[in-house]
Ligand binder design. Structure first.
Ligand code: BMX
Length: 295
């Protein structure tokens, strides 16, 4: 018999996939793998179900947080540079059939925003969550409610020209996030990860330092704009890059000269890479039966 109150939570991002068994806000078991850059979501979910087969019978429903958007339970990418997906992949139907339980799906950053709001750095106030990771995602909590649909897709803000870079009408995240960092690093070293760039900068490499400083400077502009648009009590910063040592402090340093009333209050996410699974589990548990999607 399945244990009531235990949820299978999957968080599928552009770099890694986290599967977890969640009870209330506690992750009781977890499994992680790199997001394959080839194949398709059916194959990735098959692999995942194989690795988590020993959890069968321990959960009664599934929540899936994914990079990209969900419409009618179908999953698509907004930015294929973050993760290349076939359009309208039937996510909730596939998860429900593979894991033999009702499934609910939502955007990854919105799920993480909800996790932080309920159990992490949110403190019960209106907040914006920003994840700086493979792409840039976000979630908005206003009046105790998570805004759904495409709300919070700050990384998809359009960019006409950025500091004279010549970039025309591209996504903001393509000039800040992990895949941008890796692309910039390619001029110096082959196939490096964002983590490696941070380590190399700490070791004194000026090219790595410049990439991180540029990303932080641009993220600071994004935070200013978010503050002016929504005036949240706090902006919670998460994601592998957002939470990399010193990154939040770099953003704050870029905001120091702002008048206090306009300056965003930045707070580090507290659930770390568990925010997505904790948030999606809570959202899944609060859905009426058989409602398979949120955005
Ligand atoms: C992109 C977009 C968002 C996502 C964000 C962070 C896609 C595939 N993703 O802006 O939906 O929330 O990246 O995603 O269009 P992550 O994979 O970096 O966590």
């Amino acid at each position: 018999m399945s244990a009531p109150g235990t949820t299978l939570a999957l968080d599928i991002g552009g770099t890694k996939i986290l599967a977890a068994l969640v009870e209330a806000s506690a992750v009781v078991d977890s499994f992680e793998m790199a997001t394959p850059r080839d194949g398709n979501p059916s194959g990735w979910l098959d692999t995942l179900s194989g690795h988590t087969a020993h959890w069968n019978g321990r959960y009664s429903r599934a929540g899936v947080a994914v990079t990209g958007i969900i419409d009618d339970g179908c999953w698509s990418a907004l930015n294929k540079k973050t993760l290349d997906l076939p359009d309208r992949f039937p996510l909730t139907a596939t998860v429900s059939a593979l894991f033999a339980c009702p499934a609910f799906a939502a955007n990854d950053a919105q799920a993480a925003a909800w996790g932080e709001y309920r159990f992490g750095a949110g403190a019960g106030e209106d907040m914006v969550f920003l994840t700086i990771s493979t792409g840039i995602g976000g979630g908005i909590i206003a009046g105790g409610r998570l805004l759904t649909g495409i709300a919070g897709h700050f990384g998809l803000f359009r960019l006409q020209d950025f500091e004279g870079s010549g970039a025309v009408d591209s996504a903001l995240e393509d000039h800040i996030s992990g895949h941008w960092m890796a692309g910039m690093a390619a001029a110096h070293e082959k196939a490096v990860t964002a983590r490696y760039i941070f380590e190399t900068a700490r070791g004194g490499a000026s090219w790595a330092e410049e990439i991180i400083a540029t990303s932080a400077r641009r993220t600071a502009i994004l935070c200013r704009n978010v503050q002016l648009a929504l005036d949240p009590s706090r902006i919670v910063i998460g994601g592998g890059i957002g939470l990399a040592p010193g990154f939040l402090e770099r953003i704050e340093a870029c905001l120091e000269d702002m008048p206090a009333r306009l300056r965003p209050r930045l707070v580090a996410a507290r659930l770390g890479d568990k925010a997505g699974v904790v948030g999606i589990a809570d959202l899944a548990n609060n859905q009426p039966e058989n409602k398979g999607e949120m955005i």
